[in-house]
Design a protein around this ligand. Sequence first.
Ligand code: 1HN
Length: 348
Amino acid sequence: MTNQLGTLEELPKDYLRALNDLSVAPLWPFLRAALPFDFPSRATVPFIWRYKDIRGHLMRAGELTPMEKAERRVLVLSNPGIGLEKLMATPTIYAGLQLILPGETAEPHRHTPSAIRFVIEGDGGFTIVNGEKCPMEKGDLILTPSGTWHEHWHAGKNPVVWLDALDLPVIGSLEVSYVVEGKRQAINNAADRSQTAYRRSGLVPYASLGKHRADYPLIRFPWREVRESLVSLAAGSGPKDPVHLAYVNPETGGECLPILGFSAQMLRAGEEVAPPRRSSSAIMHVIEGAGQSEIDGKTIEWTEGDTISVPTYARIRHRAASGKPAFVFHVDDAPLHRKIGIYEELVD
Ligand code: 1HN
């Protein structure tokens, strides 16, 4: 084990030039940066994007840039430690706030990155995913897995805003990110299938038994039901038990998308929780309530609508304000970490 690796400066200029001409690089000057001892180096910083600061600028984008010129009208939550133009909230998570105004549509397309929408405000928006019409109510989670057609509509009266999260940094780094445009979809359900075929956990359509399991059977997870489930779970558990539910594929019980994972957590009024340090990076979005988090020594006060980045292996403590519970939505890259065998949790 050594920190005394040779540097570029130690090498003769003509040698470096000869290597350079051949597009060859010596490993040793760069090895420690690529493979540090004991703990990874991280560009991602803990950061909060406050909804109250950004909302006005998003509305202004609605005046400045028509849909035809935007394709998707989004302000991207770019981690300042990584660089704003990289469009990354964390090493694996793209996140943005998308605005759609009454009467507007975001045209159909499908792409290799998988996406989710998490609704922040407004009524009357809907997303059609492979023909399934999904209403968008505050707090609803809607999946648009890799390759699924999707388009957004707005039949309501007020602006609709949602949080987009995509695995774009991963798909981009694999050099396989692309989009295909398509025709408007015929709607093939009256009520959305997510609310009929998979109405309740523990019950799946009989015909699905013994068959190849659907990759993405459930597309919309209504917040009303997730919230009720969290409140019931809190009532049925001890005062210190975590109240944290993962969104899963109802046919497999596994994570609903291959790279990013989604969960919702209730923090009881005044409660403080200290999860283990996880290898996964994450964003945390405040659905309801207020509180503060300490992330790698940085104290962040949050309230409804805010979104926070959490670096890999971060030391975290969350505290809900007293008076009422807080509800938060998490996006993390733990599904990818588990698949490639790098997921770990450390307890100090
Ligand atoms: C996308 O397709 C949407 O469909 C939103 O609403 C944000 C960011 C990058 C790439 C594709 C959407 C996106 C996106």
